[in-house]
Design a protein around this ligand. Structure first.
Ligand code: ADP
Ligand code: MG
Ligand code: MG
Ligand code: MG
Ligand code: MG
Length: 599
């Protein structure tokens, strides 16, 4: 462990074997964000952070959303890797007190990997949450390192918003859900190294049980409704250790954890294994001692295991015990204070002409037709047309999109990230929505080999968000997407939520189709273009914000399902351009040209 010396200096003594195991997990890149913390801190943010980002939707509801990566597990075990990726991010949204309402997936791979698609559809379909959008990006860049980024969204009532921390000593922490086994031990540290590392075995991969997750969702929301949940965190990477330590460390508190109380599904587990197992479908609930019994009753009613596993203390120490034996006793804050690697200043190069790096034009229907995107019947705009639009029963709606431009990122990490944000904004506007915030998924190769690429990606993200007024609500970072030290191009995945006040969004219409805007890009024009999208949508035009055209086949299929046929000459453009496709004759001051028709 690279950070052993730092740990021992901070402890002021030699670390025990258990401490080394525990800090290997908590200070792994995946849990500890050593290379990215400094950059993430500089982003302009909205909300309080926590398990998922939270933004207000109207006077009564909030949206919770976050993106999560499951790249490493999906490379080794496509089905379970992708499935547990969905399960994990759903629990982050749930932990905020929101009912999960939608899933989006951003997939980068060299060919359609059926196991990954099936893992997502099997899990999402079984828990009854629709997968309403995503992107399928096929390129040899991802031959050894497929990227599976999954975004989940949920809607909650303001009075049910749950903090991601304990608030006072005397509270207890209940862990409930599936029983704990040995699966996923060292998953977090595996996700923080090259795919040829020694942890790249199936033993590091978690196994998902979507039916348990469905029960977990209903049980947790019942606890929330009844006012029993005073704080919560999902169990993901780092298991009991990560959930309990983060819950107390965030408020400067401590905890005594009783590992013998954790319900197990394998006998003879070592205490440290119980502490760091990444068994899925588990949640940690902070509650008052007198409410704990009711919490356990609800878990049991939903056929789940549960136990009061920890007490919150005010001395700031994190103590993990197995019966009377003390396994770990360290300051709780120490887990949070993972060492930080230096960050680098990045001076962007001026915008230049980029080359076309073509991603394969595939029909994403082959993928998302395997997903249930209508369950819940709140999906207003199904996949294939651009952003998804969902309604909140009786009132307003929200748009969802997930987007990336690794073809540009491969040529310039700054502009790749910058343009991704801009295009996500255009897409959101094209659904008649107003951008609210983003969740950013950083996917990168080895920051120790190429630190500046990461700096460029982060700066491009920061600048675009600031210049176009869209704050960051949450995010994720996945580094070391390398195989034999060769890596993926900088691939920023941007998930954006928007507010839809008028659910009567324009649909594609028969008649002439136009291209509006410019075949190349200049920042000065961007604001004008965005305003124009808003105006056109208001005037009833269906606007397609298409960027590298590798998605046009998917759009054509979507239209054919509505009985429509699109015949257009795709406009000639640079890979980064400011051209939109508009249905119906538009009134506009921007350059406009007829490119075909829809019949
Ligand atoms: P979890 O352990 O619940 O899966 P993560 O470890 O992925 O969560 O993220 C921890 C916290 O850091 C979350 O609040 C998340 O939103 C925030 N975060 C992580 N990466 C980013 C990022 N790139 N931008 C903004 N926030 C981020
Ligand atoms: Mg974490
Ligand atoms: Mg979490
Ligand atoms: Mg998580
Ligand atoms: Mg994460």
């Amino acid at each position: 462990m690279k950070y052993l010396n730092i740990l021992e200096a901070r402890l002021g003594r030699k670390a025990t074997r258990e401490e080394i195991e525990a800090f290997t997990v908590m200070w792994s890149e995946h849990c500890g964000y050593s290379h990215t913390k400094g950059y993430i801190r500089q982003l302009s943010k909205v909300g309080t952070g926590g398990n998922a980002g939270v933004v207000p939707l109207d006077d009564y509801h909030f949206l919770a959303f976050k993106v999560e990566s499951h790249n490493h597990p999906s490379a080794i075990e496509p089905f379970n890797g992708a499935a547990t990726g969905v399960g994990g991010i759903i629990r982050d949204v749930l932990a905020m007190g929101a009912r999960p309402t939608a899933i989006l997936d951003s997939l980068h791979m060299d060919k359609v990997i059926d196991g990954i698609i099936e893992g997502i559809s099997d899990y999402g379909n079984s828990i009854g949450v629709p997968t309403v959008g995503g992107e399928l990006r096929i390129s040899d860049f991802y031959k050894y390192n497929p990227l599976v980024n999954v975004m989940a969204v949920g809607v909650g009532k303001n009075e049910h918003l749950i903090p991601s921390k304990a608030t006072k000593s005397g509270q207890v922490i209940v862990i409930f859900g599936g029983a704990t086994g040995r699966d996923g031990i060292h998953g977090a540290s595996f996700a923080s190294e090259d795919l040829t590392g020694e942890k790249a075995t199936k033993l590091s991969i978690q196994v998902g049980d979507p039916f348990a997750e469905k029960l977990l969702i209903e049980a947790f929301l019942e606890m929330v409704e009844k006012g029993l949940v005073e704080g919560a965190q999902d169990l993901g990477a780092g298991g009991v250790l990560s959930a309990t330590s983060e819950l107390v460390a965030r408020s400067g508190l401590g905890a005594i954890v009783h590992l013998e109380r954790v319900p197990l599904r394998e006998s003879d587990m070592l205490p440290i294994e119980i502490l760091i197992s990444e068994s899925q479908e588990r949640m940690a609930v902070v509650t008052s001692p007198e409410k704990a019994e009711e919490v356990l009753k609800i878990a049991k009613k939903h056929l789940l295991f549960g136990a009061v596993v920890a007490e919150v203390t005010d001395n700031g120490r994190y103590v993990a015990k197995y019966h009377d034996q003390i396994i770990i006793d360290v300051p709780a804050k120490l887990f949070e204070e993972s060492p930080e690697e230096p960050i680098h200043d990045y001076t962007p190069s001026p915008f230049k002409k980029f080359r076309w790096i073509r991603f394969k034009d595939v029909d994403a229907h082959n993928v998302f037709e395997r997903y249930d995107y209508m369950v819940g019947t709140d999906t207003i705009l199904p996949p294939g047309f651009g952003p998804a639009v969902m309604r909140v029963k009786g009132s307003i709606g929200y748009s969802l999109t997930i987007h990336s431009r690794a073809d540009i990122g491969a040529q310039d990490p700054y502009w790749g990230a910058y343009i991704t944000v801009l295009e996500a904004i255009r897409k959101t506007l094209s659904a008649g929505a107003k951008p609210i915030a983003i969740t950013d998924g950083i996917n990168y190769a080895d920051p120790d080999i190429e630190p500046l690429g990461l700096a460029g990606q982060m700066k491009g993200l920061k600048d675009a968000c600031e210049q176009f007024n869209v704050p960051v609500a949450s995010g994720n970072a996945s580094l070391y997407n390398t195989y034999k030290r060769k890596g993926i191009p900088p691939t920023l995945v941007v998930g954006m939520v928007g507010k839809v006040e008028n659910l009567n969004i324009p649909k594609p219409t028969k008649g002439h189709v136009y291209a509006i805007g410019y075949p190349d890009f200049s920042i000065e024009r961007e604001g004008k273009l965005q305003e124009e999208i808003v105006r056109l949508v208001k005037n009833g035009h269906f606007v397609l914000s298409m960027h590298d055209y590798s998605r046009i086949t998917t759009f054509k299929t979507a239209l054919s399902k509505l009985g429509m046929n699109l015949r257009i000459q795709i406009p000639r453009t640079e890979p980064v351009h400011q051209m939109i496709i508009v249905f119906g004759e538009p009134k506009t001051n921007l350059p406009v040209r007829k490119i075909g028709f829809c019949c």
